[in-house]
Design a protein around this ligand. Structure first.
Ligand code: SAH
Length: 226
């Protein structure tokens, strides 16, 4: 089966939500140091205004996080680009797992870059809204699961990459276990002082390489379902 990986033209927007507005955002990301052209193109093609409440559409192309309800946020575009770039790392993964679907924006960006995106969310209402959005923009290669992301998605493992979009004190072991050899996990990790650092863990033959990608601010990774 061929899954649709391109945004439907009708979903692309006009005025404050037009291609020109998105292109200006992408230029800012380029200026801030995002270099992977595939990632920049995916952000240019993704109608972020479709992933926030209509009342916030006019702010959808500011490079900031925005509220999405349930005390959660859609990530800042620069951070989405940075994490996506780190995850692809110049290669071509086939299967990516995301923990924390939220608005669905990060998954939508990924879905244009890899054949299959698996995404897990613990808040049912957010997941339902995200699914509607994937359908509305015409992306049909995103597979969703209502579950506690600490457990990953064992029946679909191993993954060529895992992206965690909520901050934990440490990476859940189950997620590390679901990484294929050579694959990377990108996640915000809360440090002892409470600040968060974006980390990349790459699975080697017998261990993990750890890389620091800078300071970030994410909502916490929590347990249980809502
Ligand atoms: N990737 C999202 C960012 C959403 S914010 C986007 O592009 O919009 C982080 C999300 O992680 C929230 O929706 C929150 O409910 C979810 N989350 C937090 N802990 C989780 C867990 N244990 N399992 C699954 N999702 C979790």
């Amino acid at each position: 089966m061929i899954h649709q990986r391109r945004i439907r033209p009708e979903a692309r927007g006009i005025g404050m939500t037009s291609q020109g507005t998105r292109d200006r955002l992408v230029q800012r990301l380029r200026d801030k140091g995002i270099e992977d052209e595939r990632v920049l193109q995916a952000l240019a093609a993704t109608p972020r205004h479709q992933f926030v409440d209509e009342a916030l559409s006019s702010r959808a192309y500011e490079d900031t996080a925005l509220p999405i309800g349930q005390s959660q946020t859609i990530s800042q575009p620069y951070i989405v680009a940075l994490m996506t770039q780190a995850l692809l790392d110049g290669g071509q993964p086939q299967k990516i797992l995301e923990i924390g679907t939220g608005s669905g924006y990060q998954a939508a960006v990924l879905a244009q870059l890899v054949p299959k995106v698996f995404t897990v969310e613990r808040i049912d209402e957010l997941l339902r809204t995200a699914r509607r959005r994937f359908h509305a923009v015409g992306l049909h290669n995103i597979f969703t699961r209502y579950a506690d992301g600490h457990l990953g998605w064992p029946t679909q493992a191993p993954f060529d990459g895992i992206i965690v979009t909520a901050a934990a004190k440490q990476v859940p072991q189950a997620l590390l276990d679901q990484l294929d050899e050579g694959a990377a996990l990108v996640a915000p990790i809360e440090q002892s002082g409470g600040q968060q650092r974006l980390k990349k863990f790459t699975r080697t033959e017998e261990d993990f390489d750890e890389q620091d990608l800078g300071a970030v601010v994410f909502v916490p990774m929590l347990g249980g379902l809502i």
